[in-house]
Write a new protein. Structure first.
Length: 193
C-alpha cells in the first residue's frame, strides 16, 4: 500500500504518534523548512541518506516540498526536545521507496547523536503503526555500513533479514517486524511511564 493509498484508507484513524518521555513529535509546518534544509545540507547527517544539498535556496525549496507532501497518518514528524523545544531531526512512518511496504525511518542533527533519540522516537512510531494504524508489518532499511542505524532497528526488536538491492537504487540492509511482536514495544513504553 503506497503512502497515498495508506493515507486515504486510514485518514480518520489517528491524530498521530504520541510524545515520548523526552521528546515532542509534531508535523512539520512550512516555517520549519529552514531547519530541515540546514540538516539536509550537513554531509555528516546525510552520509547514509543521500548526497547533501549544497545550495541554500534549493535546500529550502526541497524541504518545503517534503513538508507539503505530508498528509494523513503517514509521513515525517519533527522531533523536539521537550524541555527546550530544540529541533533534533525527524522520524518517519512512510512507504518504502514507493512500494506498498511501510518503513520506519529517522534522521538526526549531529548534536542529537548518541543520546538514544532515534531509538525512543522510532519505538513510538512503530507502536503507532501497529496499535493505532493496525499495520501488520513494518520494515526498516539502512546502508550496510551504518551500524548506528542498524543498532536502532535491532533495539526496536526488528529482525535482520539480510542485504537487498531493491530500494533507493542501492544495496541496503533489510529488517522487519510484525504486529505480533508489538507487545515488546508496548511493554517498553509502559516501563518508561
Amino acid at each position: 500500500m503506497s503512502e497515498g493509498a495508506a493515507s486515504e484508507q486510514s485518514e480518520a484513524v489517528s491524530l498521530g504518534p504520541r510524545d515520548t518521555e523526552r521528546f515532542t513529535l509534531r508535523r512539520f509546518v512550512e516555517a520549519d523548512a529552514p531547519l530541515l534544509a540546514a540538516m539536509n545540507m550537513n554531509p555528516e547527517v546525510m552520509r547514509y541518506i543521500r548526497p547533501p544539498d549544497t545550495d541554500v535556496d534549493e535546500a529550502v525549496e526541497r524541504a518545503r516540498a517534503m513538508i507539503a507532501r505530508q498528509r494523513g497518518n503517514y509521513g515525517l514528524w519533527r522531533i523536539e526536545e521537550k524541555t527546550t523545544g530544540e529541533f533534533l531531526g525527524w522520524v518517519a512512518l512512510k512507504d518504502l521507496d514507493g512500494t506498498e511496504e511501510i518503513e520506519v525511518g529517522y534522521a538526526l542533527r549531529r548534536e542529537a547523536w548518541g543520546r538514544g533519540v532515534a531509538t525512543e522516537v522510532a519505538r513510538e512510531l512503530v507502536r503507532y503503526g501497529f496499535e493505532d494504524l493496525s499495520l501488520e508489518r513494518i520494515v526498516g532499511v539502512t546502508q550496510p555500513p551504518n551500524m548506528a542505524s542498524r543498532n536502532v532497528l535491532t533495539k526496536l526488536g526488528m529482525t535482520y533479514l539480510g542485504l537487498v538491492n531493491r530500494y533507493y537504487g542501492r544495496e541496503t540492509t533489510y529488517f522487519e517486524m510484525f504486529r505480533g511482536d508489538c507487545g515488546e514495544i508496548s511493554n517498553k513504553a509502559q516501563k518508561r511511564s
